[in-house]
Design a protein around this ligand. Structure first.
Ligand SMILES: [Zn+2]
Length: 171
């Protein structure tokens, strides 16, 4: 075998390795998540409330996952929050980012408000989804937050807001 053939075969091997690498979608839909000690089963991680049992890392969770943990599955009601103008300041490509984030998360904005009961006590809760443009607060998120606070005042319930995926603030 001459050097040219060897080089060509090496090139083929490298190409195969790159082809086998998982895509972003593959990683997101996989049953395994990577952390300090290598792969962890997603189911196992979910049972441990999305915290790595080895290093204590808190994985990002969506608003629905947060409410599922907080209230219990199907034991809460999502409240419709007001939707203001999409792009009041006319930021460049902001509308496209919002559309992409909506498609990715299935949410209208980064904040979701829900009501439910814990130990028989009515609670209004809110959560932020980091996957929606990093959970940044625009007009819609602010409106949703204010709506949640006002709902809690009007119905005399506590208001619990999960600002980021690991912080909790009880007002
Ligand atoms: Zn870890």
């Amino acid at each position: 075998m001459n050097w040219l053939k060897k080089t060509f075969r090496l090139g083929e091997k490298i190409r195969k390795i790159f082809k086998k690498r998982p895509t972003k979608d593959d990683i997101e839909n996989s049953d395994w998540v990577s952390c300090c000690k290598g792969p962890i089963n997603r189911k196992e991680l979910e049972e441990n409330l999305w915290v790595c049992k080895y290093c204590g890392k808190n994985f990002r969770i969506s608003c629905i996952q947060r409410f599922d943990i907080f209230f219990g599955q199907n034991r809460y009601e999502i409240l419709k929050t007001p939707m203001p103008s999409e792009d009041p300041l006319n930021f460049e490509s902001y509308k496209d980012k919002i559309l992409a984030a909506r498609k990715k998360t299935g949410q209208d904005c980064a904040v979701m408000i829900a009501k439910g009961k814990i130990n028989g006590i009515e609670i209004t809760a809110g959560a932020v989804n980091f996957d929606f443009i990093g959970g940044s607060f625009g007009a819609a998120e602010t409106e949703a937050f204010i709506f949640g606070v006002q709902y809690a005042i009007n119905n005399s319930t506590p208001f619990c807001f999960f600002c980021k995926w690991w912080w909790t603030k009880i007002i």
